[in-house]
Ligand binder design. Structure first.
Ligand SMILES: [Zn+2]
Length: 152
């Protein structure tokens, strides 16, 4: 199988994930791997770990450590995360292409951070994706009630 993605420096933020070859809409790309957390458990918030924790729909979570966790956020994404349940009922998260993607394009998904799941208040969720419809935050718009996130 030809490799689909590669990690390298992003012009958006730190390292990013890029398409190695042309990708088709709906293609399954890479699993979001990392340390698993049980229902209601959250990792300590480090300076770098803030946007790596992925909450799953069953209340458990994954603190991303694999390549998929390098994918950056965009308010105008070309990828999305979808959950899949394995034979034992455990949820997994995979990055999928939302549309056809050209080789070399950066892979971006909309983090929609669940602010309520954070134990510690932080202001690191300001978005700088630069897309025309940027909403100014990586947080889930459903979680924002009027107030705009503070910018530093
Ligand atoms: Zn944005």
């Amino acid at each position: 199988m030809t490799r689909k993605v590669i990690a390298r420096k992003s012009r958006l933020h730190g390292m990013g994930l890029f398409a190695c070859r042309d990708l088709k809409a709906g293609e399954r790309l890479i699993e979001y791997k990392g340390k698993r957390y049980g229902k209601g458990e959250y990792p300590e918030m480090g300076d770098d770990g803030i946007t790596k924790f992925l909450g799953l729909s069953d209340g458990t979570g994954i603190d991303g450590t694999g390549w998929a966790a390098l994918a950056n956020h965009s308010c105008d994404p070309n990828c999305e995360l979808q959950e899949e349940r394995d034979a034992r009922g455990k949820l997994h998260a995979w990055l999928f292409a939302l549309r056809d993607i050209k080789a070399g394009e950066e892979l971006l998904w909309d983090y929609r951070l669940d602010i309520r799941s954070r134990k510690v208040a932080y202001t690191d969720w300001a978005c700088a994706c630069g897309s025309d419809n940027c909403r100014g935050t990586m947080a889930d718009p459903k979680r924002i009630r009027g107030a705009k996130p503070a910018k530093r």
